[in-house]
Design a protein around this ligand. Structure first.
Ligand SMILES: Cc1cc2nc3c(=O)[nH]c(=O)nc-3n(C[C@H](O)[C@H](O)[C@H](O)COP(=O)(O)OP(=O)(O)OC[C@H]3O[C@@H](n4cnc5c(N)ncnc54)[C@H](O)[C@@H]3O)c2cc1C
Length: 483
């Protein structure tokens, strides 16, 4: 898939490497700077491993002020910067260029303040997603967005990609759970956006920054909403004879007014691969599986399950199993959350991430099957069904360039299909380099020009994560003429 063009390395910048390393060391201390080849290699890719580029240098700041010093130095010397968290982006968001300095914020990982009265926690942005819930679990609280990568990925990465997860159906994605943040602008200025309150006068810049894919500044702190965990929760496994029946069951549950905590979908290939890997107890003789989780008191859970069972009855579920214990629930979720890893064990995969209106689910699944069959590729579908956020995983042989190109073609066709049916190019993984060249499928040149002009306000020199999100042939000089 390496045929997506990346900007050529800037030879002039490469020649200045020793000078830049010295400049960075002067800004933050030599012990925070990685310049040797072996050290830099660890940062040459993210979870979109088909693409690799060795960065010029890597910096590991420990404070907001150190981030500010690095950015001030880079800005004054017109050096490009790629912010990085744990490097789990599936869209190539953290991929460096050979002319870039990677600023990795995983050392900023402390919990700064927990305010149970206001249901908020202030944390450094390099903390892992799961560590936030761990810090407040003692008092029965949790941080809701739960990407499957939550053991490793950072809050900063979640903010940049507006990440979601299985349980975001009820509680919303990252943008719905961030109250405020501290960000270092490219010129080194430190700004605070939002706060511990619900609303603020002026433009909602906080909302603009969440999902800005590391192009506006480097986030170093955030105040997140923490929620009181429900008394109990229980997943329900429902197997169906067809994608159509499962899709219709999802639509029926959602239109009934019940909002489960999660509705996850797996097709037959996904069920088999995950079951083999995790022994979660999934039914093996069905075409489609829904994991529906409800929560509340025992009485509420029993009532919700009874109502859901009645709602899906017309779609003739072939199997129905309610989790009977906390251990069984954990097994069911471990199976779902380790799905990408399970599939990765048997094949290289290209994970697509598009969103569609729920009502089009059966039709879209049928067309995904057709697209992949046309390109002679296998596909496994696992996704957040309640949100209409699809994750077809296209299996391919990474050692076969022709097959890799076919996988990429099939992926592009699937994303175009999502837009065609009224959905969009991404659900939660962001655009990165992966979908950069498809942005025109969704946006007009005018739309893109407007979005780029907003980036220019935050980053006038276009130094922050510039190779991402926007098609390379529409960069600011051209765009400002078009605008
Ligand atoms: C197995 C697996 C499962 C996954 N499951 C999910 C899922 O369920 N839901 C989901 O939404 N995603 C999922 N992802 C994708 C990924 O984990 C998320 O996009 C995550 O938010 C990335 O966080 P990170 O710390 O790894 O960021 P990185 O990959 O390091 O960076 C991601 C983006 O954030 C930017 N960034 C990083 N730090 C900063 C900062 N301090 N300031 C500004 N910008 C910054 C980077 O420039 C880049 O654009 C999954 C990935 C894997 C590998």
């Amino acid at each position: 898939m390496a045929h997506i063009a990346l900007p050529e390395p800037d030879q002039g910048t490469l020649a200045r490497r020793a000078e830049i390393l010295a400049g960075l060391a002067a800004a933050v201390g030599a012990d925070r700077v990685i310049g040797d080849e072996d050290g830099r290699r660890a940062y040459e890719t993210d979870a979109l491993t088909a693409y690799r580029r060795m960065p010029l240098a890597v910096v590991l700041p420990r404070t907001t002020e150190e981030v500010a010093s690095v950015l001030r130095y880079c800005s004054r010397n017109s050096i490009k910067v790629v912010p990085r968290g744990a490097g789990t982006s599936l869209a190539g968001g953290a991929l460096p260029g050979e002319d870039t300095v990677v600023v990795c914020i995983t050392k900023l990982n402390r919990v700064l303040e927990i305010d149970y009265e206001n249901r908020a926690a202030r944390v450094e942005a390099g903390i892992t997603n799961l560590a936030i819930s761990a810090a407040v679990s003692e008092r029965g609280f949790f941080y809701a967005p739960d990407p499957s990568s939550q053991l490793a990925c950072t809050l900063a990465g979640n903010i940049a990609m507006n990440s979601g997860g299985a349980h975001c159906l009820k509680y919303g994605v990252t943008t719905n759970n961030i109250l405020g943040l501290r960000m270092v602008m490219m010129d080194g200025e430190i700004v605070d956006l939002g706060g511990q309150h619900l609303d603020a006068p002026g433009y909602d810049l906080l909302a603009l920054v969440v999902g800005s894919e590391g192009q506006f500044g480097i986030v170093t702190e955030a105040t997140v909403r923490i929620l009181r965990a429900a008394e109990g929760a229980r997943p329900l496994l429902m197997g169906f004879a067809s994608a159509e029946a499962a899709g219709s069951a999802v639509a029926a549950i959602m239109s009934s007014g019940i909002i489960p905590v999660a509705i996850e979908y797996m097709d037959k290939p996904a069920i088999h691969i995950c079951e083999e890997f995790s022994k979660a107890g999934y039914p093996m003789d069905v075409e489609a599986l829904l994991i529906v989780e409800v929560e509340g008191s025992e009485t509420e859970i029993a009532d919700l399950i009874e109502r859901i069972v009645a709602i899906v009855a017309p779609f003739k579920p072939q199997s129905m199993k309610v989790s009977q214990s906390a251990a069984e629930s954990a097994r069911i979720w471990r199976g779902r959350k380790s799905a990408f890893g399970a599939i990765g064990r048997i094949s290289e995969y290209y994970c697509m991430d598009g969103t569609i209106p729920l009502g089009r689910l059966p039709e879209v699944l049928a067309r995904i099957t057709e697209i992949c069959a046309h390109h002679a590729l296998r596909v496994a579908n696992i996704f957040h069904a309640g949100d209409g956020n699809l994750h077809p995983l296209i299996l391919y042989d990474a050692n076969d360039p022709e097959q890799s190109s076919r996988a990429e073609l099939a992926g592009a066709e699937i994303l175009k299909l999502c837009v065609e049916v009224g959905g969009c190019l991404t659900g939660e993984h962001g655009v990165g380099i992966e979908k950069r060249d498809l942005m025109r499928v969704q946006f007009s040149d005018k739309d893109l020009a407007l979005q780029m002009s907003i980036k220019t306000v935050f980053d006038p020199q276009w130094l922050l994560n510039t190779a991402k999100v926007f098609p390379l042939d529409g960069r600011p000089p051209v765009i400002s003429e078009a605008a």
